[in-house]
Design a protein around this ligand. Structure first.
Ligand code: ZN
Length: 310
């Protein structure tokens, strides 16, 4: 019988807010557990400043439209919308001490999605090396308290990466990072400098980007994702605990069942990284640039054209 390469999908779950951790993550862990699926979770461990997102409305073109399209007020809940503005921002990592260890016991990967999510998202490119290092140190301190050891994986808030952030992450002992949008794992180049830290980009669009775009329904979105899976070419899908673990959890669970019916296998990004790092000579490099994506406000860090490593 002819060997058919499996369809492979890495599930990367970003956790931005306190309710994402206490409600969304728990719901996703149940959905994955019922299907024997392992995923990678990245948690913003500092203050829940999601309320500051309100101010992006005035600065970033397309944000208001997106908030309305994704029904953000009902998705995130009214108090979350005000965190960091009227109410004092609660600490995300410290607030649910049992959720994160339980994830790891269930076989999932847990990494860091920044400390102050809104701060990184809005200001990374003007932050000094000391400021970026301070963010990572604070996140690692919370992680260390929860797990007794530092994190070895990182996913940048809002897909914002810079030469400075990659330098700090490599020094912090990360095995890999997932900071960009692209097509396949690579060594990111910023100007003449190539980051020594493996990058595993998100390769597929996200639900919040496409929902409502040209009347795209949640079912349409997952049909599109299924059609984008390719034999022998692993893909990475970013989920948000607040969305796929919130109001869209049933549609997401149906998508997973469809995937399983079609023989899709799921991987954790750490396992993918370890496999790639066994053959470092095969990792291509590519420049990283700030570019726009359909349905997303502002710019994100994107993988440019692949270059052979010489
Ligand atoms: Zn995020």
């Amino acid at each position: 019988m002819e060997y058919v390469a499996p369809l492979q999908l890495g599930l990367k779950v970003d956790v931005d807010t306190l309710s994402g951790l206490t409600e969304g993550v728990v719901a996703l862990a149940n959905i994955f557990g019922a299907r024997d699926i392992r995923a990678s979770f990245y948690v913003a461990l500092g203050p829940d400043n999601s309320g500051r997102a309100i101010f992006r409305v005035f600065r970033q073109q397309g944000f208001l439209e997106k908030m309305l399209r994704t029904r953000a007020p009902s998705v995130y809940g009214f108090p979350t919308m005000l965190y960091g503005t009227v109410f004092k921002a609660p600490e995300i990592g410290a607030a649910a001490p049992q959720v994160l260890p339980d994830l790891r016991v269930a076989g999932h990967e847990v990494g860091i999605h920044g400390y102050d999510h809104a701060g990184w998202h809005d200001r990374l490119h003007t932050m000094t090396r000391d400021e970026v290092a301070h963010e990572i140190r604070q996140a690692q301190a919370v992680f260390l308290k929860v797990f007794g050891e530092p994190a070895t994986s990182f996913a940048a808030p809002g897909w914002q990466a810079s030469r400075v952030s990659r330098t700090v992450l490599a020094e912090a002992g990360m095995l890999y990072a997932s900071d960009t949008r692209g097509t396949q794992p690579f060594s990111p180049r910023f100007g003449a400098w190539v980051s020594p830290l493996l990058e595993i980009p998100t390769t597929l669009p996200t639900l919040d980007e496409l929902l409502g775009f040209n009347n795209c329904s949640v079912e349409d979105f997952y049909t599109l994702i299924l059609s984008r899976l390719e034999q022998g070419k692993p893909q990475v899908l970013t989920l948000h605990a607040e969305l796929e673990g919130g109001p869209f959890r049933e549609a997401f669970a149906r998508f997973l069942d469809l995937c399983l019916e079609r023989g899709v296998t799921f991987f954790r990004l750490v396992d993918y990284a370890q496999e790639i790092l066994e053959r470092p000579q095969d990792i291509p490099s590519a420049p990283v640039y700030q570019g726009r994506l359909p349905g997303r406000a502002g710019t994100v860090s994107r993988q440019g054209t692949l270059e052979d490593r010489s």
